[in-house]
Write a protein that binds this ligand. Sequence first.
Ligand code: CDP
Length: 253
Amino acid sequence: MARRKKIYEGKAKILFEGPEPGTIVQYFKDDATAFNAEKKAVLDGKGVLNNRLSEYFMTGLNQIGVPTHFIKSLNMREQLVRQVEIIPLEVIVRNYAAGTMSKRLGIDEGTQLPRPIVEYCYKDDSLGDPLVSEEHIAAFGWASQQDMDDILSLALRVNDFMSGVMFGVGIKLVDFKIEIGRVYEGDFQRLIVADEISPDSCRLWDIETGQKLDKDVFRRDLGSLTDAYTEVARRLGVMPKSSTPITKPTLIN
Ligand code: CDP
């Protein structure tokens, strides 16, 4: 296999130079981290599931006119994506209180919010991705006012799409995080959804039982993370039909 130049290695993914200028190969690792990488594990098959699920969500978004960086799937762990300039913000959308919002504001986990709430965190692991306001974003020049309008609109469209897709398979989309990238097209530039959308970056609860089907399973030691992600993939119909273990790469397209 031709070796590609590694551009960047993060906690859950590796980025390689793509075959053409302006493209990148995104490789999904099995590594799981939580609490800013204080808790770590290698979970067989997680990368395969996240690659498949992110492909599924990004393809759906592209089809309904929400632009994303996703170009095509390459194999079980890799996808070809557009190279973007990442905006240094984690954009979080919440439909129900959970996680840090519950802690910060003393709202019980699972409380439905009056409307979707969008939060911004400054992307910096050494600082633990601190929550920032639009004032910080404008003052430090991380994004312009036009960018912020576009980011809000993208975030809410992703929320509507993801909430609907999940509702259709009996799952509540509690919250999620996306990252946004800037691409240049001739004289124009625009913002598109980048990075990944997977159970690593969403909170997904079974509507009937409340069972967690996301990274909280790992964060809070609630059982097998890959079983939870497999359940999400199975419900969405994106797992291979056979009972082939996802850790046997050669048997899956
Ligand atoms: O997940 P945690 O409780 O640390 O933080 P949160 O602010 O409650 O996270 C809101 C949502 O964004 C959850 O679905 C997280 O999984 C996701 N998130 C993420 O994917 N990456 C981060 N660096 C922070 C949050």
